[in-house]
Design a protein around this ligand. Structure first.
Ligand SMILES: C[S@@+](CC[C@H](N)C(=O)[O-])C[C@H]1O[C@@H](n2cnc3c(N)ncnc32)[C@H](O)[C@@H]1O
Length: 310
């Protein structure tokens, strides 16, 4: 049930969603339903906290702080607002034409720098079986590269985009409008560790560099298994050990070549504690561990795609 809402061009801009069964209430803020569990702030904490620490101490000191577990997600106090004024403003900014004009220029340059990943894209799309089905969950939507790809190629699919970051999903909203994509795409701010969906509702769960890089990977796999219908597919892509710990690359977007070998050790330990998968065989083992069958693997340079059937 929707109440206290305001509409803008046929879309609920602000309001409250109430679950008729349990009575729990979830806000709609800036056009997006926020379905995160209680006290979970809708933001990508690792990248935000690491960036803040980097600004404060420099990267050399920020990475070991992360490794030691000193950087944590903010826990909301009772009554505290989910999003600060600054986050709301940032959401507005990203949900604009100007943001996407600048951003797309940069993305083109990044793509040239990171080389050709087309084989990996093709393998991912084929292994997810997205072509053959109806309802897709795009988990960890980020700025929506895979979401856009699927919705442009198969505009008739029902696509749910799930991300914990309010500002990223506002950006995706802006991107969809920039490219005039309507269709059946629904944006939901939520935590993949506690997916706000019923059991067995999706035909495919796919995550292009989303779940594969997520804290608490095994639990996320379990959630993906839960929301898939029997026979449905999960496909995940990620970067493995060589990419993560290779100085040429980065951890959560930060280049780590300034670390000593001991700091590297600490960081690897941290990544393992967060269940970030560092090797492709660990990813496969996690798939099987939660009950996926017929696991397939595709590897290309430092990246992988793993898929499995429920
Ligand atoms: C590298 S981006 C994903 C790229 C994206 N799939 C694409 O196709 O462009 C990773 C995303 O995962 C999201 N994320 C991290 N932890 C999450 C969680 N627990 N639940 C949902 N999303 C999460 C981050 O907010 C970020 O937007």
């Amino acid at each position: 049930m929707l109440r206290d809402f305001s509409f803008e061009r046929g879309e609920a801009r602000e309001g409250v969603l109430m679950c008729e069964k349990c009575g729990r209430e979830y806000p709609i803020i800036g056009f997006l339903p926020i379905l995160t569990p209680r006290r979970v702030k809708p933001y990508d904490w690792i990248s935000v906290e690491l960036t803040k620490a980097e600004e404060r101490y420099g990267l050399k000191e920020a990475i070991p702080r992360l490794a030691k577990g000193e950087l944590k997600p903010v826990e909301l106090k009772p009554g505290e607002l989910l999003l600060t004024q600054e986050e709301l403003r940032e959401g507005e900014r990203r949900d604009s034409r100007e943001y996407w004009e600048n951003r797309l220029k940069r993305i083109r340059e990044e793509r040239v720098a990171s080389g050709d990943l087309s084989e990996l894209w093709d393998a991912f799309v084929a292994m997810s079986r997205a072509e053959m089905i109806e309802k897709v969950l795009d988990a960890g939507t980020g700025l929506g590269a895979m979401l856009m790809y699927i919705t442009r190629k198969w505009p008739d699919k029902i696509l749910l985009a799930l991300d914990i970051s309010y500002v990223n999903l506002r950006a995706v909203r802006g991107k969809l409008r920039y490219f005039r994509i309507g269709g059946n795409v629904h944006l939901v701010v939520g935590d993949a560790l506690n997916m706000p969906f019923r059991d067995s509702v999706f035909d495919v769960v796919e995550s292009w560099f989303g779940l594969g890089n997520m804290v608490g990977f095994r639990r996320v796999m379990g959630q993906a298994h839960r929301v898939l219908r029997p026979g449905g597919y999960l496909a995940v892509s990620g970067a493995w050990e060589k990419a993560y710990l290779n100085p040429r690359y980065s951890v959560f977007g930060k280049v780590v070549d300034a670390l000593t070998s001991q700091e590297y050790e600490e960081l690897t330990g941290f990544l393992r504690r967060t269940e970030l998968m560092l090797r492709v065989d660990e990813v496969v083992e996690a798939f099987r561990g939660v009950g996926f069958h017929d696991t397939e693997v595709f590897e290309k340079s430092d990246f992988y795609v793993v898929a499995g059937r429920k």
